[in-house]
Structure formats: structure tokens, C-alpha cells
Design a protein around this ligand. Sequence first.
Ligand code: NAD
Ligand code: DAU
Length: 332
Amino acid sequence: MARLLVTGGAGFIGSNFVHHVVEHTDHTVTVLDKLTYAGNESSLAGLPEDRVRLVKGDIADADLVDTLFADTDAVVHYAAESHNDNSLNDPRPFLDTNIVGTYTLLEAARKHGTRFHHISTDEVYGDLELDDPARFTENTPYNPSSPYSSTKAGSDLLVRAWVRSFGVQATISNCSNNYGPYQHVEKFIPRQITNVIRGIRPKLYGAGENVRDWIHADDHSSAVLTILDKGQIGETYLIGADGEKDNKTVVELILTLMGESPDAYDHVTDRPGHDMRYAIDSTKLRTELGWAPQYRDFDAGLAATIDWYKANEAWWAPAKDGVEAFYASKGQ
Ligand code: NAD
Ligand code: DAU
């Protein structure tokens, strides 16, 4: 049994991880979350109070972080500003949280000697051409495109430097696009599902040829637990489940699964600097640590996700109108 500190544990992937930890381990969890627009306390509803507690606070608050690290065996760091479109609108919070916040946590890990796992993204590697047979590996050079991905790349480099310079006991994982329950309606899949529920036509950026490599959030969680358990300090592991699909295919699938015509969507203004394709080669994680994804059927996982959004309108409805007003102001 370990005492975990999970930053960003009220967000999409962090809350899925907390549910996974409660179900599959006997660890206790302290969630440190600022509860920004993206954090939602109700994503942790129903979890046992003797296993999970929520502390509302900022990862850049050094005094608070120091106090929490004093009672922690291992930290899993999910907290971030996570949305590319927001980073194009106002990059500042991305620097504050993703860079300064990560720096603050690393300093506490250095002081307390705490095991630290840093959650990152495949976007640090930039993008691939559609016809490129290559996929990202741990050796792909960093080449981020957006304010979001450049701050995540910066945070990864801070972690590497704190390992080498100060001996911090850290690992890093870079994962591809997650889907599943508790994802904010600003993101692609929940936006289109909730659009269809609301009778709004789904919105596809540009031609919709961009490819994302989808993985279920629960598979991301099992991979992170595997790295915490067996990962080598100082190493980076890529997490992916061979889920490449172009956006047009995903929108058509959502419409079909929801009983609508597959062409009942609109093309809208493209994202500036829009990355074309992400693709993960997770051989290292699979062969060295023995991890494998469980959600191998994307259609079934997507259908279950649609059912979750249908059953949990009270969870997402408060954010929906504001998100659509923001996108409308951008022609999206
Ligand atoms: P999210 O936006 O849904 O959640 C982020 C959480 O962090 C929220 O609960 C928010 O309140 C909290 N937070 C933000 N700033 C904070 C601060 N200063 N102090 C404390 N808490 C703060 O994000 P997500 O999609 O769940 O992503 C989680 C992590 O996983 C991020 O680091 C992201 O870069 C990474 N990631 C995401 C994906 C994906 O597909 N969504 C894929 C790979 C990696
Ligand atoms: O690859 C991992 C990354 O995946 C994470 O690091 C990010 O935190 C996460 O947000 C996600 O980034 P993307 O930019 O790929 O995700 P998003 O859901 O914003 O968009 C997915 C694709 O869908 C992308 O090509 C843009 C497109 N899109 C998005 C929206 C919101 C649309 O076509 N229409 C939309 O309405």
C-alpha cells in the first residue's frame, strides 16, 4: 500500500486514474487540483472517503506542495492546462501551470526524495505526414507545434534535468489521444457526442483528414500504474494502443452509433498550425514492462462513451453552452 499524490485528479484522465487505482490497488490517494474550468469534483463522486481525499489548490503553491509531499510516497503529475485551442487563445495559464507548476513539484520531489511520475503527451514530438510509415518512439526528436505542446515539452525537459542534475526519482510517459468518461466537452469526441444529443451538427476542423491515435483512458491508467511499479528511473515510456483514425471517420462513427446519417456534420474553420498526424510505437512499454491495452475495439469503447454522456448530462451540461459560444466566436 502506498500513499499517492495525484495532481489534476479531478480532470479527465486524472479522475479516470483515481477510479482505476481504487479498483485495482489498495493505495490511498490525495488529489491536488485547482478545480479550474476543467476540473470537476463530481468526477470523484462515490469513491471511498477513507481512500481518496481532494485538496483544492495550485501545483505552483510551493508551501502547499511542500506540506503534501511530506506525507506522500509517490506523485503522479497530471495537472496541466490541456487544450490546444485554449492555448492559441491565451497561452499564459499554460506557462504558469505546465512550466512553473511542474518546476514547483520537482523542487518538492528533490527536497523530499519522492518518487515522481510525469504525465505527458505525444504532441511534444510534433506531427507526422499522413503517408509516413514512421511512428513516434522514445528517440524521436522534440518538435512541438502549439503553445500547449511546447509547454508540455518544456515540462518534460525540466523533469529530465532534475533527474540528471539532482537525482530526482522520476519517470515520464507520453501518451496519445485519450477517450472515455469524464472528458470535458471542449474536446473533440465529447463535443461531437454532446452536439448530437443537443441536436447540433458535429463540427469538423478543415477537411477532417487529421489522424489521432486513440486510447481508452483506462488503458492509459493501467500503463501508468505499470510504470510506477516497474519503470526504470530516468526513463521515458510512450503509451499507445494502435488506435489511429482520421477525424472524419470518428465523426461518421459517432453519428452512425447515435442513429444519425453519417454525413450530418459541418466542416468549420481549421485550427491554426493544426498537427496532421500522431502515431505511437509503444514497443518499449510492452516488451520491457509487459503492459498491454485491454480496450482493443474502438467502436465498442466509443459506444460505451456515448452511453456515458447520454446518462450523465448533469455532469457536462453546465459547460456546454459556454464552450459552444467560444467555438462560435472562432468560426468553429
Ligand atoms: P484536463 O484539462 O481534463 O484536466 C486537467 C486538470 O488539472 C483539471 O482537473 C484542472 O483543474 C487541473 N489543474 C489545472 N491547472 C492546475 C494547477 N495549476 N494546479 C492544480 N491543478 C490544476 O486534462 P486531461 O485531458 O485529463 O490531461 C491530463 C494530463 O494528461 C495533462 O498533463 C495532459 O497534458 C496529459 N495528456 C492528455 C491527453 C489527452 O488525450 N487528453 C493525452 C496525453 C497526455
Ligand atoms: O495527443 C495527445 C493530446 O490529445 C493531448 O496532449 C491533449 O491534451 C488533448 O487535448 C489532445 O489534443 P488534440 O488537439 O489532438 O485533441 P482535441 O480533442 O482538441 O482534437 C482532436 C482532433 O479533432 C484534432 O485534430 C482537432 C479536431 N477537432 C477538434 C474539435 C474540438 C475537430 O475537428 N473538431 C472539434 O470540434
